[in-house]
Design a protein around this ligand. Structure first.
Ligand code: SF4
Length: 910
């Protein structure tokens, strides 16, 4: 029998632990009870009391007035929502709030969308009975920040902003100071937004019920005529966005509270960094380079030019003389089309994407261990885990919304958190265990961890017995590792490793998260395999709160690989070398597709330098700025006869193009993105593409048709229908079924999706243990004598990857250039002061970067970002790749340093 309580004498079932307010909202009009301090994504607070109701223990019995937002509902309670006395109380509370609130509604930004105004109307205030008292109009407005503003004369002390800063973002920048009438919000040590440690996520602005804290885009103003729900274009978290627009212009972005991914939260990129979409520097016409200069041409002319050129290369040099690099910024449907074009029209498997330079070792390593190269669980599982292990990732900067959740988890004292990272990242500061290993020694530390799990008797024998294979051989190898050597080379004390291993293995549920600090190494795939081995060894797979969860980099890097943007697997990860699969593709596409594996990106550049690549088509990928060894990439592009670049802006790569195709941003087209937890979500067009640009999918379709392959026009529903017929795990996905929160693949024919993989079996049958010994990277073997420092790379919150989009927004005012993190002792040794330029020299060349002296890195280790082309840090990164997946080793670069006289021209070794 379910328990009941009564709302205005009517009986309803209650849910254990829910508040009176949520109980009432479930059964009655959600606006029946007015609220001010309550917010959908914050804990109950009970400060304003506007939500008061009367509660009796028997029908019409004696009542007690209670704030409904934070009082748990009890069995048998009689709740009276609208008695005269409670209505009078609410009215009186709001009247008191209004006595010091400026009554300038007509000129207020949030007029018509102000919660105080709404509640005042709702409780029936037509006049304020109290005499006008003191006010707070003397409080100065804070207009210091490019996105956030505050006018604290409008503050009603509801604490929603303070709580959002604490409970959602975990930043603790906002707090309350003063007493009584002087109680007021402060930022940091009573600073401006700009001077404080604010990370500009905008959670406070969205939480504020008035215009006390707001944003420059006036997101709470009501003059938008349209709102469109879509998905953020930046990182693999996949936050849902509510975009307001009017007359074809985007006004502002907020975060929907009912989004399963981000629950009303975003970072500053998703919420504020959208103004690039109509930036004056957008490419707005196709162009062909003639006599060294770009000339604008018509779409028809450029299509003919491309079609003629590609056809002639195919006839003269064969299909493998051409290659494509597709874009993880583009939709699944566009990526599907790009690989289809190369396989069916050109007849080559020379198609690859940015996963090559980020998570290709994840896909390969997890495929080798589990059979599927994707996250096993969902971020929501954090609610059910006891331990997180974050390795080679800095999620508070690179995956900010997930990062905030991980930080909230780490800050709670009962939880165990393990961070394995050379840098003392923000998360590491809160972690129970931080293993600050030397870059390039992940394999060493993880082998030590597994040694201790086995020798301490913490391996899950039942799980190993029933669900895995290869353990006996693996165990033999692990027990033979040389702990002395591994301790010395990793720089991590063995007792610290043992403690972390014991903590992970003895937690009832443990989840791991990894990033590019795992994959971008010469032993990247092996490290991924070890992370998967750890999960197998401890039985942390196949249920909620466990698993292996790669933090995918770009918004749709998962989707581009799913769609077949890989030289060895077609759409749906099907092996293109397999006869049966080949027949399936041939039948489906109506043409013969090739069976031999194509070029990976580094192999494309190599082929170009050998004179074997005649044409390359690159969509939305700035390889010159973001791929390693920039000068080599440039030489490869210069050696290629035809370089087609499809882009939003004249990027560093586009400058080397022979043909430019102006594509469309995520706000100008529809389709789907797949986030890091396999969630396929609908990207909905907000505005028309800027004049002269076209959706990238339509450009590919046009060229397919021009070259004789009949492909219907690009529509998201039409493309999804085609994809669902060839990609097995998309079988049940339709545009209509995606709804608000998308579906996590695999999706069965009836539309049922999958939150957790490998519950009973692995895709490959049994989970496979594979041992790999640590090996020093050739970068250090060859160069560490002459270049004694190790440079590693990192990302910053404010900019995304090459920064082509974020540098064209006000984010640039918040972070204006790349910088080099250097330990105080190293700085002292080289007489380097904070802000000095440091000359970083590697075997490939030299660049000058501004120093930031910090103990976030250990002595001998340097770290820098690569968001700004002026620095072009990849001029000094090398050619070493992961031995298995060919992902470049950005994370270990041998360098030497000296104080530079200023910002010098970059010098390169040819
Ligand atoms: Fe966009 Fe990632 Fe920020 Fe979410 S966390 S708003 S997906 S950049």
């Amino acid at each position: 029998m379910s328990k009941t309580a009564y709302i205005d004498n009517q009986a309803f079932s209650i849910v254990e632990g829910e508040t009176i307010l949520s109980f009432i909202k479930r059964y009655k009009d959600k606006n029946l009870i007015p609220t001010l301090c309550d917010a959908p994504n914050l804990d109950p607070f009970g400060s304003c009391r506007v939500c008061s109701v009367e509660v009796a223990l028997e029908k019409n019995g004696p009542v007690k007035t209670m704030a409904s937002c934070h009082t748990p509902v009890g069995e048998g309670q009689y709740i009276y929502t609208s008695t005269e006395s409670v209505k009078a109380l609410r009215k009186n509370i709001v009247e008191l709030v209004l006595t010091d609130h400026p009554l300038d509604c007509l000129t207020c930004e949030v007029n018509g969308n102000c919660e105080l105004q709404t509640v005042a109307a709702q409780v029936g205030i037509r006049e304020v009975r109290y005499p006008e008292g003191e006010n707070h109009l003397h409080r100065l407005k804070d207009l210091s920040h490019p996105y956030m503003t505050s006018d604290l004369s409008k503050c009603i002390n509801c604490y929603r902003c303070v709580r959002a800063c604490d409970e959602v973002q975990g930043e603790f920048v906002l707090s309350m100071a003063g007493r009584g009438f002087d109680t007021h919000i402060i930022k940091g040590f009573n600073e401006s937004f700009m001077d404080s440690d604010c990370v500009s996520c905008g959670a406070c602005s969205q939480a504020c019920p008035t215009s006390a804290i707001s944003d420059v885009f006036q997101s709470k103003a009501i003059y938008a005529t349209d709102t469109t729900r879509t998905i953020c274009t930046y990182c693999g978290v996949g936050c849902n966005l509510e975009v307001s627009s009017s007359n074809g212009e985007i006004l502002s972005i907020t975060a929907p509270y009912d989004a399963e991914v981000n629950q009303g939260h975003t970072c500053l990129k998703g919420r504020y960094a959208f103004k690039f979409y109509n930036h004056p520097e957008r490419l707005n016409a196709p162009m062909i380079k003639r006599n060294g200069k770009f000339e604008k041409v018509t779409w028809n002319e450029v299509y003919n030019f491309i079609s003629d050129k590609l056809t002639s290369y195919k006839n003269e040099f064969g299909p493998d003389s051409m290659a494509g690099i597709s874009s993880s910024r583009c939709t699944n449907e566009e990526n599907y089309l790009m690989q289809k074009f190369f396989r069916t029209v050109i007849n080559t498997n020379n198609i690859d994407g940015c996963a090559r330079v980020c998570h290709s070792p994840t896909a390969l390593g997890m495929q080798r261990t589990f059979g599927t190269g994707a996250a096993t669980n969902s971020i929501d599982d954090l609610k059910d885990t006891n331990c997180i292990m974050v390795i080679g990732a800095n999620p508070t900067d690179a995956h900010p919304v997930t990062g905030a959740k991980l930080k909230q988890f780490a800050m709670k004292s009962d939880n165990v958190s393990i961070v394995i990272d050379p840098r003392r990242t923000e998360l590491a500061k809160y972690a129970t265990h931080h293993l600050a290993l030397r870059p390039g020694t992940n394999v060493a530390v993880l082998n030590m961890m597994m040694y201790y799990i086995i020798t301490e008797g913490l391996a899950d024998e039942n799980f190993i017995q029933s669900r895995t294979e290869g353990f006996d051989e693996f165990k033999k190898e692990i027990l033979n590792v040389d702990l002395d050597k591994l301790e010395t080379i990793s720089g991590v004390n063995r007792s610290e490793v043992r403690e972390a291993a014991v903590a992970y293995a003895s937690s009832p549920n443990a989840m791991s998260f990894h990033g590019l600090g795992v994959t971008e190494h010469s032993q990247g795939t092996f490290t991924v395999i070890q992370i998967a081995d750890l999960a197998l060894l401890t039985g942390n797979i196949g249920r909620r709160g466990v698993g292996v969860n790669p933090l995918r980099g770009q918004n749709n890097v998962q989707g581009s690989a799913d769609m077949g943007v890989q030289p060895h697997q077609g759409a749906g990860y099907l092996d293109i070398t397999n006869d049966k699969i080949n027949k399936k593709y041939n039948k489906f596409y109506g043409v013969d597709v090739p069976k031999h594996i194509g070029y990976k990106i580094p192999e494309m550049f190599h082929a170009a330098l050998e004179g074997n690549l005649k044409a390359i088509w690159i969509i939305g990928e700035d390889v010159v700025q973001t791929d390693p060894n920039t000068q080599k990439v440039i030489r490869a592009l210069e050696a290629t006869d035809l370089v087609i670049v499809q882009e939003l802006f004249m990027t560093e790569t586009a400058k080397y193009a022979d043909v430019i195709l102006p594509g469309a941003s995520f706000l100008e087209k529809s389709g789907t993105f797949t986030n890091g937890e396999r969630r396929v979500q609908a990207v909905r067009q907000v505005v028309e593409p800027i004049k002269g640009a076209k959706p990238d999918g339509q450009i590919i379709v046009d060229i397919m048709n021009k070259m004789g392959y009949p492909q219907p026009d690009y529509t998201p529903d039409g493309m999804l229908e085609e994809i669902s017929q060839i990609v097995p795990f998309f079988e049940g996905i339709t545009w209509e079924r995606l709804g608000k929160n998308g579906l996590q693949w695999p999706v069965a024919k009836d539309g049922t999706d999958t939150q957790i993989l490998h519950k009973k079996d692995f895709k490959r049958g049994k989970g496979y243990f594979e041992f790999n010994a640590w090996e020093e990277t050739q970068e250090l073997v060859a160069h560490s004598n002459d270049y004694p420092y190790i440079l590693t790379t990192n990302r910053e919150l404010e900019h995304y990857n090459c920064g082509a989009m974020t540098r064209r927004t006000a984010n640039e005012q918040i972070l204006q250039d790349d910088y080099l993190m250097i330990h105080p002792e190293d700085a002292q040794e080289h007489l380097i002061n904070d802000g000095d330029y440091v000359c970083l020299e590697s075997p490939r060349g030299k660049v000058d970067v501004k120093a930031r002296i910090t103990d976030e890195v250990n002595k001998g280790i340097l770290s820098t970002t690569f968001h700004f082309p002026e620095i072009m840090i990849n001029n000094i990164t090398g050619d070493i790749h992961d031995s298995e997946a060919m992902c470049p080793e950005y994370k270990v670069v041998a360098v030497r340093i000296r104080k530079s006289k200023g910002k010098l021209t970059q010098i390169f070794v040819k």
